[in-house]
Design a protein around this ligand. Structure first.
Ligand code: ZN
Length: 132
């Protein structure tokens, strides 16, 4: 198991961590298996989406902002309920198959860490599970 450090720079931000996840898989020397990528935070998430056109992830983040407004009415006194709700919508983990030591992502897919209450220093847990 390894932790990827992610330093986010704004309140909401999607960061492509595909390369760092592949590095963990490569260091593990696992040829075939699965990798779990997990965000240990309640105001951030992990997802897979297109990494060819950067407008896609900015559109997704904007769509989430329209879906879950910054201001409530919310009860949570910390004032970041929108971030908690977006975190729940996006989810906290993804699983990606590994074959020949490589992430078996689709041609246009990348793994994204989604910040909803930054800027903060975040940690993403990456666990590689070898098959057989
Ligand atoms: Zn909170």
């Amino acid at each position: 198991m390894e932790r990827i450090e992610v330093a986010t720079r704004s309140r909401t931000q999607a960061i492509d961590i595909t390369g760092q996840v592949q590095e963990v898989v490569s260091r593990s020397a696992t040829k075939s298996g699965i990798v779990a990528v997990f965000s240990a935070h309640t105001t951030a998430g992990v997802t897979i989406n297109e990494n060819a056109d950067p407008d896609v992830m900015s559109d997704v983040m904007e769509a989430l902002a329209r879906l879950v407004p910054r201001s409530g009415p919310y009860a949570h006194v910390e004032g970041n309920s929108d971030a908690h709700a977006k975190s729940g919508l996006v989810g906290h983990s993804v699983l990606v198959p590994v074959e020949d030591g490589k992430l078996e992502l689709g041609t246009w897919q990348g793994i994204y860490f989604c910040e909803f209450d930054g800027p903060r220093r975040r940690q993403v847990v990456v666990q590689v599970l070898a098959a057989g």
